[in-house]
Design a protein around this ligand. Structure first.
Ligand code: NAD
Length: 303
């Protein structure tokens, strides 16, 4: 039997509708409009397209969305001063600095300068620590892992006591999603195993998984025989494996493949995310969710 396809596109659209309503309610009851600033240094074409997509989504949801473009030769101190200005600005609830930054700027120093209570990307060491502690401590979950958890919950998968195997131990996906799934509480409380390049018998671990989350960046790494029949498979991998001409635009576009052999895996799994259209659309959506949460936290603190 073919697996249920977990559509990140549909789930992201559902969450955005919920957020739109939350923004309207917040505005009506407090006058607060979620404010998101994106700082772009230089003119890297990929960065411009990411920043544009974030700005458009924020505007569609009724946010106050600011794109602060700075020249390639901006000094590090000036960027730190700009972040300080937004840290102190009560109308701004989320600050994003688009990466990569020019080589003369220390990325770590810049990201650590963002107020952790406005760090809607969830990568500040304070927010990483809050995630480890769990419970009420958590302010912002990093966006891709938060999106993965939403996909699992909204597809109806039972996580309580489930065997979760995470392939990959990066700071942006593997480690945080492992941490999220092991927390005590709804949508988690799982038994988590993290496998990586140092793991022996990768296949044996994957075969135990009720929920298999794959974030390795290796096309087709997970073979269909590694999947437990009926398992939920979340494929985070986005690998460019070639180019094709888009039927819509007539332009060259990348052919994307996940870390799982989708066509074969869907005959064994109970549910599975496609690539593209699975985890991808969730990331920006969760960024917006974090910004709304930040605005609500500010409203609460002013009561
Ligand atoms: P990364 O390269 O930082 O980490 C990959 C991890 O996978 C490493 O910890 C490594 O130990 C493990 N790994 C690599 N090859 C392996 C192998 N053969 N066996 C076992 N473990 C192996 O990558 P990342 O930033 O975590 O991203 C992973 C993938 O997810 C990439 O394809 C990336 O493009 C994609 N990604 C997608 C989104 C999204 O959809 N929004 C967001 C982030 C990352």
């Amino acid at each position: 039997m073919s697996a249920k396809i977990i559509s990140g596109k549909d789930i992201a659209a559902e969450i955005k509708e919920e957020l739109k309503k939350e923004v309207e309610e917040l505005k009506a009851s407090t006058g607060i409009v979620p404010g998101l600033v994106t700082i772009l240094v230089g003119a890297d074409p990929a960065s411009i397209s990411y920043v544009t997509a974030k700005g458009k989504t924020a505007k569609d949801l009724g946010f106050n969305s600011i794109q602060d473009d700075q020249s390639e030769d901006l000094k590090e101190d000036d960027l730190l001063a700009l972040i300080d200005k937004y840290n102190k600005d009560d109308s701004i609830h989320g600050i994003l600095v688009q990466l990569p930054l020019p080589k003369h700027i220390d990325e770590k120093k810049v990201l650590n300068a963002i107020d952790p209570d406005k760090d809607v990307d969830g990568f500040h060491p304070v927010n990483v620590g809050r995630l480890m502690i769990g419970g009420d401590e958590v302010k912002f979950l990093p966006c891709t892992p938060a999106g993965i958890q939403e996909l699992i919950i909204r597809s109806g998968m039972e996580t309580n006591g489930a065997e979760v195997v995470v392939v990959g131990r990066s700071n942006i996906v593997g480690k945080p999603i492992a941490n999220i799934m092991l927390q005590k509480g709804a949508g988690a409380n799982s038994t988590v195993t993290v496998v990586h390049t140092g793991t022996k018998n990768l296949d044996e671990h994957c075969k135990r998984a009720d929920i298999l989350i794959v974030a390795a960046g290796v096309p087709g790494l997970v073979k269909p025989e590694w999947i437990k029949p009926g398992a939920c498979v979340i494929d985070v991998g986005v690998n460019r494996v070639g180019e094709k001409i888009s039927e819509k635009t007539g332009r060259k576009i990348a052919i994307l493949k996940g870390d799982v052999d989708f066509d074969a895996a869907k005959e064994i799994a109970g549910s599975i995310t496609p690539v593209p259209g699975g985890v991808g659309p969730m990331t920006i959506t969760m960024l917006m969710k974090n910004t709304v949460k930040s605005a609500k936290m500010l409203a609460e603190s002013k009561k």
